[in-house]
Design a protein around this ligand. Structure first.
Ligand code: 8YV
Length: 319
């Protein structure tokens, strides 16, 4: 008997065909109000779920009594009630590894864009404001040779360290749950306490997961430790940061600039002060968002889901 799978993220044709060959597939094309109603109507029949960016809590899960597996097209799993999934013996999987390099590239895109004021100055050129040879008022700051501070030394943090060390000659310092001797050997990286890193780094990059322990980790006290010439980069999760404190730090010149791919609430409100500061580069959670990487993530999620539904241990179990 073919099992029922509910997708709330569109798949490429080859992946759709693969899934439809082995399961009955219901596709929810978008998670707007109508889509959520369609999802609620489909959950009672679902053995498997595949998608991302949906808060999957007990309230929704209780609509799915037959559910065996949830395949997330993401590495972050902060939007899942993992304890409840485990209590219900529902296998959750994610897609680590395949998105590491692309997400680290996004991190460096934000480092370069903030340090050299790329967005701000490109807009000036587009607006016809480039009327003479530029002067110091349009100068940025160097990246090469500056100290790269990484908070959270997992796969993505390591890939960021690789880019900084080998690509830009940057001394690398990091803070993590525990020292990482292999990373220190590969990139001559040095472990720092969080407070010491915040005071020392020229670029402070968040690459850690959102958990009960990391929520609100970077607040007013943290920003007060940073230097006025330091640049803050967040490619982790918005809620690791007290966004109001970050806005105040930027407005008061406690930090030079911020490159942000994630926010407390997404999409970011058009009226957010963050969108009205020249020294803020805000991107719409594009961390893993390349054609190649999103296809690789979706393929990984389909593999995980089919394995779990067949009663096998999937390659990327979360619980
Ligand atoms: C996207 C991410 O949110 O993988 C994650 O945790 O944050 C990003 O890759 C996700 O891929 C949505 O599809």
């Amino acid at each position: 008997m073919k099992k029922h799978v509910v997708l709330y993220k569109e798949l490429s044709e080859p992946l759709m065909q693969r899934l439809e060959a082995q399961t009955h597939v219901t596709l929810i094309k978008r998670l707007d109000a109508q889509g959520l109603e369609q999802l609620r109507a489909a959950l009672p029949h679902a053995h498997g779920l595949l998608g991302a960016s949906l808060k999957l809590d007990a309230r929704l899960l209780d609509l799915a009594p037959k559910l065996e597996a949830v395949a997330s097209v993401s590495v972050g799993v902060d939007n899942y009630d993992i304890d409840y999934l485990s209590k219900r013996k529902i296998q959750l999987t994610n897609t680590p590894g395949v998105l590491t390099e692309t997400t680290a590239d996004t991190g460096f895109a934000l480092i370069m864009a903030t340090a050299r004021r790329v967005v701000e100055l490109a807009i000036k050129v587009r607006n016809g404001q480039w009327q003479k040879n530029i002067g110091p008022e349009w100068f940025g700051t160097d990246v090469h040779g500056k100290t790269l501070g990484i908070i959270g030394m997992g796969r993505i943090g390591e890939a960021l360290a690789q880019r900084g060390h080998f690509g830009f000659g940057m001394p690398v310092i990091y803070h993590s749950n525990s020292p990482k001797p292999a990373v220190e050997a590969r990139f001559n990286a040095q472990y720092r306490s969080l407070n010491d890193l915040l005071q020392e780094a020229d670029f402070i990059c968040l690459t850690l997961p959102l958990t009960a322990q990391t929520e609100g980790l970077i607040g007013a006290q943290a920003f007060a430790l940073m230097r006025p010439e330091s640049i803050f980069i967040n490619i982790a999760r918005g809620k690791v940061v007290d966004e109001a404190a970050m806005i105040q730090a930027l407005q008061q010149g406690q930090i030079r600039a911020a490159g942000l791919d994630v926010f407390e609430r997404e999409p970011l409100d058009a009226n957010s002060p963050l969108l009205h500061m020249d020294n803020v580069v805000a991107t719409p959670h594009i961390g893993s968002a390349t054609v190649e990487t999103r296809e690789a993530m979706a393929r990984c999620a389909v593999d995980n889901l089919l394995a779990a539904l067949a009663g096998e241990r999937p390659a990327n179990p979360v619980n």
